[in-house]
Design a protein around this ligand. Structure first.
Ligand code: C2E
Ligand code: MG
Ligand code: MG
Length: 640
C-alpha cells in the first residue's frame, strides 16, 4: 500500500510545538496536568511509531521489527482515547470516590483492547503480517475502533452529565476534541492509505492545551500553587457533586513583615519553599495560595488527620526557618472549615476566610468555623435594602456633635455624623452601614448627601452666629479615590455659596496610611482651595508617619480609646502628652475625641489639647437640638 505520510509529518511538528509549550509553561503539579501530559506523550509516541511503521514496509526489514512497530503503534494509539477519558475525569476533579461499576466500565475495555493487541502476533486477530511481510488488518480489528469510540462517547456523556460542574469552555473544548477525532478516524477507516488520524489527534490536543491548559488562569505565579479563583471554583465543584470536604486555612501574619525586611527575591523563595512544604500534606492540586498571607489545603477524607497536620505545620514553623542568613521562628493561625457542615456554599466559605483574615494574633492557634463571628449575609442584604430605601425616601439624617475649643472656652465646631433609622430594622449604626455602603458603592451618594446637608446647614448661618467656625464632615476612602471629587464638592459649595474654610474634611488614619496617588491629589487640590483636613482616629495602630508629614492636615483627632486611657493609664498619659507636643510643633491642632467624664476633660485640658469632643459635652444631636444646645452652652460658658 502506498501511504500518504504528509499528515503524519505535520502531526509530528504540531506535537513538537505542543510538547515544548507544555514543558516550558508554568504548571501546577496536579492530577489534571499529569493526565494531560500522559495523553500528549502517548499521542506523540504513537505518531512517531506510525511513521516508523510506514518506513519499515520495505521487504528488507525483518518481520520481527515490523511487527514490533505495528504492535507498539496500536498500543499507544489505542491508549490515546483512554488517556483522554482520564483527563476529562480530572477536569471535573471528581475521580476519587467512584463506584466499582464505574471503574470497571473505565478500565475493562482498554484491558481487553491491550490484551487483543499484544496477543495479535500469535492470534492474528487485530493485525498480522501476510506471507509477503505486508501489514494486514485482522478480523477483530474493528474492536479497536469500537473501543476508541466507546471512550470518546464515555467522555461526551460524562461531560454532559456533569456540565453544571464545569465551564462552557471546557464542554465546548471536549466536544471539539471528540468531533475532530471522529472525523479523522472515519476518513482513515475508509482510506487506510491516508494517515490522517495522528494529524487529527495532534490538532485536538493542541486545541485542548490552548483552551484548557492555560495555567496562568489557575495558578499563582510565585508559589505555583492553585490560586484563589481556582479554590473558589473547586469548592463549587465539590458542593455541586455533594462531596464532603474540609478546608484548613493557614494564615501567616509574619510573612508581610519578613517580605518587607528581606526583599522581593527572598520573599518569593520563602513563599515557594513554604508551599512546597505544604504540598507534602495533600494530593498535588489540593493546595492553594489565597494571597494576603493565607494558604489553604483541602481534604476529602482522613478528616481526623487535619488537627494533627495543623500541629505539625505549626511545630515546623516555630522551629527555625532559615531565612537568608537568619534562623527564625514563624507564627501561624489556622482555621478549619468542614463542608457542608459549616458552610454549604462557596460564598460562605469565602466569608469565613475573609472574616478570619481580620483576626489578629492571639494565644489561640486553631480556630473552627464555629468560632468565627460571621457577619450574617441576610443582615448585610437587609442593611443594603435599608440604605437603598433611605436614599430613595431621603430618610438619612445628619446629626451634629459639638467640638469644644479649650482656648476659646466655647463650642467652635461640630462634626456631621450620619444616622440611619429604618422602619424595619430600627437604628443602624454608621460602623455597620458605612462599610457596607463602601463595598456596594452607595457611599458615593451618601457622601454627597452628607456634604450637601452640611453645606445647607452652614448656609442657614445660625451656626456661624453661635461662633461655629467650620463643620467637620467624614470622608470615606472610596470617595477620596474618585477623580471628580474636587469638582463635585466645588460645585456643591458654589451652589450653597459656602466658603471652603467653613468645611473640614476628616479622613481616617487607616485610609491615610495607604494613600494612593489620586487620594493625595484630591486632598491637595481641596486643601489648595481652602478646605481644612483632619486626620481622624489617630493612634489606631499605624506607625508610618509619612502621611502626617506629606498631607496638609490641620487637625489631628486622637482616637477615643486612647483618650479614654488618658485618665488612669500612666503610659497612655505620657504618650498623649508627647503626641500633643509633637503635633503642636508640627503646627497642627489636636482634637481629643470621646471625652465622657469631667475628669477626662480636665486631664485633656491639662495636657493642652486644643479641642475636645465627646458625650461629656453632648451626644450628636439633630440640627435644631444641636443649635439650641450650642446656643445655651456658649452663652453660659462665655458669661463665666
Ligand atoms: P468618627 O468620625 O470617629 O466619629 C466619632 C464617633 O464617636 C461617632 O460615632 C460618635 O457618636 C462617637 N462618639 C462621640 N463622642 C463619644 C464619646 O464620648 N464616647 C464614645 N464612646 N463615642 C463617642 P458614630 O456616629 O457611631 O460614627 C462612627 C463612625 O462612622 C465615625 O467615626 C465615622 O468614621 C463613621 N461615620 C459617621 N458618619 C459618617 C459619614 O457621614 N460619612 C462617613 N464616611 N463616615 C461616617
Ligand atoms: Mg470623624
Ligand atoms: Mg474619630
Amino acid at each position: 500500500m502506498n501511504y500518504i505520510v504528509h499528515y503524519d509529518i505535520c502531526a509530528l511538528v504540531l506535537y513538537a510545538v505542543t510538547i515544548v509549550v507544555f514543558c516550558i509553561r508554568k504548571r501546577v503539579p496536579c492530577r489534571r496536568n499529569k493526565a494531560f501530559g500522559f495523553m500528549l506523550g502517548t499521542a506523540a509516541v504513537s505518531c512517531v511509531l506510525d511513521l516508523l511503521c510506514v518506513f519499515t514496509t520495505s521487504e528488507t526489514v525483518g518481520r520481527f521489527l515490523k511487527m514490533l512497530c505495528h504492535v507498539s503503534y496500536y498500543v499507544t494509539h489505542n491508549l490515546i482515547t483512554f488517556a483522554f477519558m482520564i483527563y476529562v475525569l480530572f477536569l471535573t476533579d471528581n475521580f476519587s470516590g467512584r463506584t466499582k461499576g464505574f471503574k470497571a466500565a473505565l478500565y475493562a475495555p482498554i484491558s481487553v483492547d491491550l490484551i487483543l493487541i499484544l496477543t495479535s502476533p500469535f492470534t492474528k486477530w487485530i493485525i498480522y503480517l501476510d506471507d509477503g511481510g505486508a501489514y494486514t488488518r485482522g478480523p477483530l480489528q474493528p474492536v479497536c475502533y469500537i473501543i476508541s469510540v466507546y471512550y470518546l462517547l464515555f467522555g461526551v456523556v460524562y461531560t454532559l452529565r456533569n456540565r453544571r460542574m464545569i465551564s462552557t469552555q471546557v464542554v465546548v473544548s471536549i466536544m471539539g476534541f471528540v468531533g475532530m477525532t471522529c472525523v479523522a478516524v472515519v476518513i482513515q477507516f475508509f482510506n487506510p492509505h491516508l494517515l490522517v488520524e495522528c494529524f487529527g489527534g495532534a490538532l485536538c490536543i493542541m486545541l485542548v492545551m490552548f483552551m484548557l491548559q492555560n495555567q496562568d488562569d489557575i495558578m499563582d505565579s510565585v508559589t505555583k500553587m492553585l490560586n484563589r479563583s481556582t479554590f473558589a471554583n473547586n469548592c463549587m465543584i465539590n458542593f455541586s457533586a455533594d462531596n464532603a470536604f474540609a478546608v484548613l486555612l493557614i494564615k501567616i501574619p509574619d510573612f508581610t513583615l519578613l517580605m518587607k525586611t528581606f526583599g522581593g527575591r527572598f520573599s518569593n523563595n520563602l513563599l515557594r519553599s513554604f508551599s512546597e512544604y505544604l504540598y507534602s500534606f495533600v494530593n498535588l492540586g489540593d493546595g492553594y495560595y489565597l494571597e494576603d498571607e493565607c494558604f489553604a489545603l483541602t481534604f476529602f477524607r482522613d478528616y481526623d488527620r487535619i488537627d494533627g497536620i495543623y500541629r505539625e505545620i505549626d511545630a515546623r514553623l516555630s522551629s527555625d526557618w532559615k531565612i537568608g542568613a537568619v534562623d527564625t521562628v514563624i507564627s501561624a493561625m489556622f482555621l478549619r472549615i468542614d463542608c457542608p457542615a459549616d458552610a454549604s456554599d462557596v460564598e460562605t466559605v469565602m466569608d469565613f476566610i475573609e472574616q478570619f483574615k481580620q483576626y489578629s494574633f492571639s494565644d489561640k492557634k486553631l480556630y473552627y468555623a464555629e468560632n468565627i463571628n460571621l457577619y450574617d449575609r441576610k443582615r448585610r442584604f437587609d442593611v443594603e435594602r435599608a440604605i437603598e430605601r433611605a436614599l430613595k425616601n431621603k430618610t438619612f439624617k445628619v446629626y451634629y456633635q459639638p467640638v469644644f475649643g479649650s482656648e476659646e472656652n466655647k463650642i467652635v465646631s461640630c462634626e456631621a455624623l450620619l444616622r440611619l433609622m429604618d422602619d424595619e430594622l430600627g437604628n443602624i449604626p454608621p460602623s455597620e452601614f458605612i462599610p457596607i455602603a463602601e463595598q456596594n458603592g452607595s457611599i458615593m451618594k451618601i457622601g454627597r448627601f452628607v456634604f450637601e446637608e452640611a453645606c445647607r446647614f452652614i448656609r442657614k448661618g445660625y451656626a456661624a452666629l453661635l461662633g461655629i467656625e467650620y463643620v467637620q464632615v467624614n470622608l470615606s476612602v472610596v470617595q477620596c479615590m474618585q477623580s471628580d471629587l474636587t469638582e463635585n464638592f466645588v460645585n456643591i459649595m458654589d451652589r450653597y455659596k459656602i466658603d471652603p474654610s467653613q468645611i473640614c474634611l476628616e479622613i481616617t488614619e487607616t485610609s491615610a496610611a495607604y494613600t494612593p496617588h489620586i487620594m493625595e491629589q484630591n486632598i491637595k487640590q481641596l486643601s489648595a482651595i481652602g478646605i481644612k483636613f483632619a486626620l481622624d482616629d489617630y493612634g489606631t495602630g499605624y506607625s508610618n508617619m509619612n502621611y502626617l508629614l506629606n498631607l496638609p492636615f490641620k487637625y489631628i483627632k486622637l482616637e477615643k480609646e486612647i483618650t479614654g486611657k488618658a485618665l488612669n493609664n500612666e503610659k497612655a498619659r505620657i504618650a498623649i502628652e508627647s503626641t500633643v507636643a509633637m503635633i503642636k510643633k508640627l503646627n497642627m491642632k489636636i482634637v481629643a475625641e470621646g471625652a465622657e467624664t469631667a475628669e477626662q476633660v480636665e486631664t485633656l485640658l491639662e495636657m493642652k489639647c486644643d479641642y475636645i469632643q465627646g458625650v461629656y459635652f453632648s451626644e450628636p444631636l439633630a440640627e435644631k437640638d444641636f443649635l439650641k444646645w450650642a446656643e445655651s452652652f456658649n452663652a453660659i460658658n462665655l458669661k463665666v
